[in-house]
Design a protein around this ligand. Structure first.
Ligand SMILES: O=C(O)/C=C(\CC(=O)C(=O)O)C(=O)O
Length: 296
C-alpha cells in the first residue's frame, strides 16, 4: 500500500457554470511525476503523481483555456516539474516559482524564459520550516521586470507580516485571501483586517479561492456547497474586482480528508462574482494583466 497521498477527485463533475473564452485557472500545481521530478527532502506531504497531462485534461473538462502553475511546497525550490508542465502547455501556462533567495540573476532570467512571472513566499508553518523575511526582501528587490510576489499566510499573522509586506517593492498577490475565517461573515474581524491591508496599497491582489479549505467541515465550516465562503467573499470580490484572480487549487494539497469536486469548485464562481463583467475580470482580464501582459 503506497503511503503517497491522493488529494484530488478521480472523476470531477462537469460544472454547471461555463467560464468565458480565455478563462485562466490562476492557482494550480503539478506533483511530479516523482520518477522524473523527485520531491523535496523537506516536503511535509508526499503526494501521488499529478502531472501536466492530468492538469490539462482537467482544464479542458472544466472549460478553462490557460493555467498559472504555482510551485507547491512538496517540490521545495526545485521548479523543474513546474517548468516542465509549462513547457508542455503549448503556451497556455505560465508559472510562479519558489526560489532560494540567493538565486543568481542568470537563473532568474532562465526562469523568466521558462514562463515564470513571479515568486512565492510561503509562511504556513505546516508546509515550510523557515521563511527568512530579510532574505526574501533581498530577492524581491531584484526580480525580473514585470514579476510579482505571491504570498501565502494565515490570518493570525497578517499584522505581524505587514512591515515585511509593506517593504516588498513589487505587486503582491495573496493566496486564498490570507485564509480568513469565513464563518465570521463578510464583516468579521479577519475580513476587516484583510480589507485594511488591501486599502494600504493599490497593488495588492488576491485570490478569492479555496472554499474547500476555508469552509471545510474540519475547519468548523459547512463543507460543499460552501455557503459561508460565498457569503463572506462575494462582497470582497465586488469591492476589489480589478485586483482578483481565481484558481481551482488542483490537486488540492492536503485535502485528502475532504476531497473537493472540481466541478463544484468552479460552480462557486457565479456565487462570488455574480455578473458577467465580474467573471470576465476575475477569470480573463486580471490574470492576463499579470501573466500575459504582452498579449493585451
Ligand atoms: O495549495 C495551496 O494553495 C495550499 C496548500 C498547499 C500549498 O500551498 C503548497 O503545498 O505549496 C495548503 O494549504 O496546504
Amino acid at each position: 500500500m503506497s503511503d503517497r497521498i491522493v488529494s484530488w477527485h478521480g472523476a470531477p463533475s462537469k460544472p454547471g457554470y461555463t467560464p468565458p473564452a480565455g478563462a485562466v485557472d490562476a492557482h494550480c500545481h503539478v506533483f511530479g511525476p516523482m520518477a522524473q521530478f523527485p520531491f523535496s527532502a523537506k516536503a511535509k506531504y508526499l503526494p501521488e503523481d499529478a502531472g501536466p497531462d492530468k492538469l490539462f485534461a482537467l482544464r479542458d473538462h472544466l472549460g478553462f483555456t490557460r493555467n498559472v502553475i504555482v510551485q507547491a511546497s512538496c517540490h521545495g525550490t526545485d521548479n523543474a516539474a513546474t517548468l516542465d508542465a509549462i513547457a508542455k502547455s503549448q503556451g497556455k501556462a505560465r508559472g510562479v516559482a519558489v526560489v532560494d533567495p540567493a538565486i543568481s540573476e542568470a537563473d532568474l532570467a532562465a526562469l523568466h524564459e521558462g514562463g515564470i512571472r513571479g515568486i512565492r513566499f510561503n509562511f504556513l508553518k505546516r508546509l515550510v520550516d523557515d521563511a527568512p523575511k530579510d532574505k526574501f526582501l533581498e530577492v524581491a528587490r531584484r526580480l525580473p521586470k514585470g514579476w510579482h510576489v505571491v504570498i501565502y499566510f494565515e490570518a493570525d499573522i497578517l499584522e505581524e507580516l505587514r512591515p515585511f509586506m509593506d517593504a516588498i517593492p513589487v505587486p503582491l498577490v495573496v493566496d486564498h485571501m490570507g485564509r480568513p475565517d469565513v464563518t465570521q461573515g463578510p464583516d468579521g474581524a479577519d475580513m476587516k483586517a484583510f480589507r485594511a491591508f488591501l486599502e494600504s496599497r493599490d497593488d495588492i491582489w488576491f485570490k478569492p479561492t479555496c472554499p474547500d479549505r476555508l469552509d471545510a467541515i474540519k475547519e468548523g465550516g459547512k463543507g460543499d456547497p460552501w455557503d459561508a465562503f460565498a457569503d463572506a467573499v462575494a462582497p470582497l470580490v465586488a469591492d476589489y474586482q480589478d485586483r482578483v484572480i481565481w484558481g481551482t487549487d488542483w490537486p488540492h494539497p492536503n485535502m485528502q480528508d475532504e476531497i473537493p469536486d472540481d466541478g463544484h469548485i468552479v460552480d462557486m464562481i457565479p456565487r462570488i462574482a455574480p455578473t458577467e463583467e465580474l467573471q470576465r475580470k476575475l477569470l480573463v482580464t486580471n490574470p492576463m494583466r499579470l501573466y500575459w501582459p504582452e498579449e493585451l
